[in-house]
Design a protein around this ligand. Structure first.
Ligand SMILES: Cc1cc2nc3c(=O)[nH]c(=O)nc-3n(C[C@H](O)[C@H](O)[C@H](O)COP(=O)(O)OP(=O)(O)OC[C@H]3O[C@@H](n4cnc5c(N)ncnc54)[C@H](O)[C@@H]3O)c2cc1C
Ligand SMILES: *[C@@H]1O[C@H](CO)[C@@H](O)[C@H](O)[C@H]1NC(C)=O
Ligand SMILES: *[C@@H]1O[C@H](CO)[C@@H](O)[C@H](O)[C@H]1NC(C)=O
Ligand SMILES: *[C@@H]1O[C@H](CO)[C@@H](O)[C@H](O)[C@H]1NC(C)=O
Ligand SMILES: *[C@@H]1O[C@H](CO)[C@@H](O)[C@H](O)[C@H]1NC(C)=O
Ligand SMILES: *[C@@H]1O[C@H](CO)[C@@H](O)[C@H](O)[C@H]1NC(C)=O
Ligand SMILES: *[C@@H]1O[C@H](CO)[C@@H](O)[C@H](O)[C@H]1NC(C)=O
Length: 518
């Protein structure tokens, strides 16, 4: 995209000729271009605005509020000097070249569902690229591929595909973005048969640090294709289109069960057996299991799904889930549902503060899972202690997300992904702590306590010889070493790919806020 450079030079000349500013945007390469009185980000927005008219969203404008809407309050209270809302891939390319050649710090937002501050937003020192206008959805004539822009949310895609009897491997909730979820991995209702979302991308269209637009697929830039499957997009480039593998899909079976928490020692062994036996023996089945601490005490939830149930009668419980049918539940609502309705069933409200952390342990011991529960109770007590007598809501969750061996097998298609997992690692269970709260004064206490909890889980699992250590990017806190957890081989390979496609490490320096390779 040399064109952008030409336009940019012309612009700078014009600005200089008018005597408006001589210091802005002149820097080429790292660290330059920041004069004493210079405001790098504001000048960056000026340049972007001149080159991409109508695509810069300024703080005063009404649509700034739309772009600055994030799921976690900790992100929406960050305010960039401007947003850029590119309307097509060429605009992303032009923007990328301006940002990297002028050393302008930036962040990138797809659905904005990162929990921690600045995960997909940046302060006044930079620009946030909001991909929301890249929202095309296009089904190929042979119905095998759906090309989607990263501005889409999962419900946008399912509401297009449901009427066609098609589906893709994507998120389980309506509102998260296609971009972050797919690039980080992507646990789906369909993962038992097809692996994670990243394993079902046929091709990525990517804008590299240079502004060049490339395709990454098993036959074109195959190393980049591998690295984008759960790897380090924020070191590699901005994905402007995902070509997702699609398949014929009818209604799913779903059941949401709530139990009294005193049943934990009955239910945890059922969940653990499901992870080791039930799920691999019936790959259409999917589940997660956990605890929520309400003001009245803990409740247990078990969400159960089947992608191709043998009967259309919702009361016909798939065999894998039968053991749960014998346990008295507070709520049980088996149903047949299209994907869009399912995605809307577990929406999570905006406006609260959010944190999550996770680590994988071996799925072979119900006792380990059982003994993690008191560690979570201690975590809850620490947080409630910090709150004291003040009336403010804190809602802690402990979720077990299984990675059974059938999913690990399915991840190996087309050269495998970057996560560094194979069948021998499994079965695994991701131990995920997530907390929702409202009072910013509690931020430090919640963060500290969550880290202590995770540490306690790691220590216990290690003591039992049941530690694995994989950290799932999409549920990780910014302090966690996600890429290190993929193993030395995967990490080294990822770094090599990043060096090849961004030799000057521009994205390592300038793309702020998420997980980096160095
Ligand atoms: C309510 C809820 C439900 C969830 N359900 C699931 C689930 O079912 N399965 C699952 O696996 N995870 C799930 N998650 C976790 C989810 O995958 C992550 O929060 C994910 O990061 C969300 O993607 P996003 O695009 O909304 O986030 P964003 O915060 O917009 O992006 C996350 C990161 O990806 C980068 N990024 C985004 N788009 C691009 C792009 N096009 N090119 C390059 N980089 C990009 C961003 O810069 C940022 O670093 C859920 C989260 C929430 C809050
Ligand atoms: C620099 O940018 C920030 C954020 O937009 C703004 O608040 C500040 O006033 C700017 N400073 C100057 C000198 O323009
Ligand atoms: C996409 O989904 C979001 C939320 O899930 C919704 O607000 C928006 O209207 C949808 N966009 C389109 C074009 O359907
Ligand atoms: C999905 O299910 C909902 C609720 O039953 C229904 O209103 C909607 O029309 C369905 N959509 C499709 C495409 O079948
Ligand atoms: C788990 O079950 C045991 C035995 O029924 C009970 O003592 C304990 O309080 C339960 N834990 C929680 C968090 O409810
Ligand atoms: C474990 O799961 C298998 C397969 O679903 C099932 O046959 C068996 O009865 C289960 N065992 C227990 C103790 O629940
Ligand atoms: C609790 O309330 C007291 C008195 O209003 C206040 O001083 C303190 O900062 C509050 N603490 C938290 C964690 O909200």
């Amino acid at each position: 995209m040399r064109l952008a450079a030409v336009v940019l030079c012309a612009l700078l000349l014009a600005v200089n000729a008018n005597g408006v500013d001589t210091g802005r945007g002149k820097g080429k390469g790292k660290g330059k271009g920041k004069g004493k009185d210079d405001n790098v980000s504001t000048s960056g927005c000026d340049i972007l605005s001149a080159v991409l008219p109508g695509q810069v969203v300024w703080p005063e404008s009404a649509s700034y509020g739309i772009s600055n809407k994030y799921w976690s309050q900790r992100q929406s209270e960050i305010h960039p000097s401007c947003f850029l809302t590119p309307t097509d891939t060429a605009s992303v390319s032009v923007a990328m070249e301006i940002l990297t050649s002028n050393s302008i710090p930036f962040a990138v937002k797809s659905g904005g569902h990162t929990a921690f501050a600045k995960g997909s937003n940046i302060g006044p020192e930079g620009v946030t690229i909001d991909l929301r206008l890249l929202n095309t959805i296009s089904v190929s004539p042979d119905r095998q591929t759906v090309a989607v822009g990263p501005g889409n949310r999962w419900a946008n895609i399912s509401s297009t595909l449901d009427p066609l009897g098609l589906a893709v491997v994507g998120g389980r909730v309506s509102d998260p973005g296609v971009g972050g979820l797919t690039l980080g991995g992507g646990i789906s209702y369909f993962s038992g048969q097809r692996g994670w979302a990243c394993d079902n991308v046929r091709a990525y269209e990517v804008v590299l640090a240079s502004g060049d637009i490339v395709t990454a697929s098993p036959i074109s830039n195959a190393d980049l294709y591998w690295a984008l499957r759960g790897g380090a997009a924020t070191n590699l480039g901005i994905v402007t289109r995902f070509d997702l593998a699609s398949f014929e899909q009818g209604p799913l079976w779903a059941n949401t069960l709530l139990f009294d928490a005193s049943l934990n020692s009955t239910l945890i062994p059922l969940f653990q057996n499901l992870t080791v036996h039930g799920l691999p023996s019936d790959p259409g089945a999917h589940t997660y299991f956990g605890f929520v601490r309400l003001p009245t005490g803990y409740l247990i939830y078990s969400d159960q799904f089947h992608a191709n149930p043998s009967s259309s009668d919702p009361n016909q419980v798939p065999a894998a889930f039968e053991p749960f049918a014998a346990v008295p539940a507070l709520v049980r609502n088996p149903r047949m549902s299209n994907l869009t309705s399912l995605l809307h069933a577990i929406e999570q409200a905006y406006g609260d503060r959010q944190i999550w952390m996770n680590v994988a342990v071996r799925g072979t011991s119900a006792q380990l899972l059982q003994d993690i529960v008191p560690l979570h109770e201690a975590h809850v007590n620490r947080m409630l202690g910090a709150r004291g007598a003040n009336e403010t809501t804190i809602t802690p969750y402990l979720t077990f997300q299984p990675i059974p061996v059938n999913v690990l097998d399915a991840m190996q298609v087309n050269g495998g992904n970057a996560l560094g997992l194979n069948r021998d690692d499994g079965p695994l269970v991701i131990i995920q702590s997530a907390t929702t709260w409202t009072n910013p004064l509690l931020d430090d206490a919640v963060e500290m306590s969550t880290r202590v909890f995770l540490n306690d889980v790691q220590a216990l699992a290690k003591k039992r010889g049941l530690y694995h250590g994989f950290v799932y990017m999409n549920y990780a806190e910014n302090t966690q070493d996600v890429f290190g957890s993929y193993g030395a081989e995967s990490l080294q390979k990822l770094r090599g790919v990043a060096k090849k496609y961004d030799p000057n490490g521009l994205l390592q320096d300038l793309w702020k806020g998420y997980f980096k390779l160095w």
